[in-house]
Design a protein around this ligand. Structure first.
Ligand code: HEC
Length: 107
């Protein structure tokens, strides 16, 4: 019985991993609309005023440069960007995974 429970627990754990890592793109989209569109625009291409201000530094989120980065690197860039300072504090790790899942839909 003990062994069965162990096996069952491990199976559940293994099954939950890909789900957690993937994030919830629908929730990410909702949050993106509230916290990110003013700078990145709904399609991730960048809001006009921001594009003017930051030029090439503001990369289209759906573009190859951003999409080829690993999730962990995107999260790091996100957290380190000066322009995200105010926002980054209110974003939990789970939010971040959802947001990244949404960003992956922009390509
Ligand atoms: C105040 C404007 C602003 C807001 C709001 C904002 N960003 Fe950004 N973001 C930027 C700018 C400008 C950059 C360019 C990099 C830098 O500032 O160093 C950037 C860069 C990024 C990058 C890295 C792209 C790369 O260069 O590889 C990601 C990912 C990103 N933002 C996601 C988000 C998400 C998700 C949100 C919402 C939670 C968000 N941003 C909110 C302005 C903003």
């Amino acid at each position: 019985m003990k062994r069965f429970l162990f096996a069952a627990t491990m199976t559940m754990f293994a099954l939950s991993l890909p789900l957690r890592a993937a994030g919830d793109a629908a929730k990410g989209k909702e949050m993106f609309a509230k916290k990110c569109v003013m700078c990145h625009a709904a399609d991730g291409a960048g809001a006009p005023a921001m594009k003017k201000k930051f030029g090439d530094k503001l990369k289209p989120l759906g573009g190859a440069d951003v999409q080829k980065a690993k999730d962990a690197d995107l999260i790091k860039t996100f957290k380190e960007a000066v322009n995200h300072k105010l926002i980054a504090k209110s974003i939990t790790d789970a939010d971040m995974e959802n947001l990244i899942a949404h960003v992956r839909t922009l390509k």
